[in-house]
Design a protein around this ligand. Sequence first.
Ligand SMILES: Cc1cc2nc3c(=O)[nH]c(=O)nc-3n(C[C@H](O)[C@H](O)[C@H](O)COP(=O)(O)O)c2cc1C
Length: 563
Amino acid sequence: MLAEPKLKLLADFISQFSKEELIWVNGYLSGWIAAPATTPAEPVNASPKKLTIAYGTETGNSKKLATDFAAKAKKKGLPTKLVSLDQYKLTELPKEEYFITVISTQGDGEPPVTAQKFYDHIHNNGFKLPQLKYGVLALGDTAYPLFCKTGEDVDKQLQYLGAQRIAGLQKCDLDYEATAAQWFDKVIEQLTTSVPTETTVTAPLVAAPKPAGKQYYEGIIQTHINLTAKGSAKKIYYIELLAEGVAFLPGDSIGIVPESDALLVDQILQLASVDGNKTITWKNETATIRELLISKINISYLLEKSVKQYATVVGQEIPAAKTDLLSLLKKYPLQNPALFEQVLEGLTQNVPRIYNIASSPVAHNGEVHITVLRDVFIKEEKEHTGLCTHFLENKKQGDTVRFFIQTNKRFRLPAADKDIVMIGPGTGIAPFRSFVAERDATGASGKNWLFFSEEQFTTDFLYQTEWQSWFETDVLTKISLAFHNGIEKAPTLADKILQQGKEIFEWLQAGASLYLCGEKEPAGKAIEEALLKVFSAETGSETNGKLFFETLKNENRYSKDLY
Ligand SMILES: Cc1cc2nc3c(=O)[nH]c(=O)nc-3n(C[C@H](O)[C@H](O)[C@H](O)COP(=O)(O)O)c2cc1C
């Protein structure tokens, strides 16, 4: 409170200023109060700094944060505009003064749908933004391999375009509130006190222990079979999970958090002479060491920072090669068992593996089906299987699996009367089984065309009897197959697309939607190249072909899910 004489002095003083000037004074005073008492902050210019806060969101977190930020900035007297990136006028960007982006990462490291245009705009147009001062707050989830990828890309690209950071990129995990608020307080401090300079705000090194925003389900395995026949070079498992009340749409995926092999964990405990029954708290999770090693902690594919932490604990130089905990313990034994908990601190959590759902919620009510290729690789001359493959391979009928639904809004069936062309080499066929089963069960009138490829016709034709039955009942209008069958120059799926390009183009011109799912390399890449060749040939030039491809994407008639 001010005493009466001072209050009067202040009122007289204030009466000399315009509203704009008062807003600036307000900001100036906040900065002055926040600064150390001996060095009052000097404002650099007399007018308040104009701030735009733009958000790109899918499930609303970025919007909520951006809205809180805008309210805070306004309170501090900064003229602030809050806008969703899909509403943002891209021609405004070169005119902006201070530009804060709050953006999440979706899909497999992709921008939210609402931010796609902005993302493409800054990446595809050859302009510069020398006057822009910016900061990016990235939302993500450390459970995903491409943590905060979109925020990283936007931050990097704005700098590349000549803009100046007023705050370093801040990456946030699911428990973002406190970190985000701290970061924005620093931004406000910059804008209300002094010349903006780049600050590096370090992201928290350690992941939040569990993806709190996700709803997890327990599914009971009711079928677990190898889809490929005897004589096949591969194993592809078909797993049916009983999962009553789990809501999803054709095109969605599930995330499964793999568990480590109990025998491997026991070997580790024995080697480290550690009591696995001791209860500890690891990244907010309280359980026995053995339980944590089985269900939470990544012991198979250690990150570089985990190896570094191990090297510090044992006080030795260890090369940053890909390794696992057991190998480290064997090669660089711990001097004493008490050090094991320090090693655990440097380890990260197991990340979920994502599988396309192969069932239809209408046709296979209460069930979720997946198609899992046994992922085999050679390390130190020994055959190994991927962690989740190994985990799922050893499950039996009646066992439970913990999973969450990963929605994929970019991979959706069109209206029931629209035609679809589905290209699914190998396990890429999974979502198309969901699509066609759904269209069959709902009596959708649109035509359906499937492209599929595998090694051997006799052993590897995934879901063969179902495709045959759908073909016979006219649910599946066309099926185009490419099997290698051990023939050196056998046509690939890309070749089939080139051969049937004219008809594919006709379907698309008549309004069909096109889908591609499967491995990115080599099949996915070759197929996209073949599609571009087809479109170029049919439209008369490569430029027109690219334009046709772009139009399909802009009209949401080309969806791909490559891994
Ligand atoms: C389908 C889906 C895919 C996601 N993919 C990623 C990813 O690749 N990388 C990441 O860091 N976070 C990923 N996330 C996590 C989100 O970025 C995180 O939940 C964020 O808080 C969402 O913010 P929003 O509500 O503003 O979209 C994904 C979330 C979902 C639902």
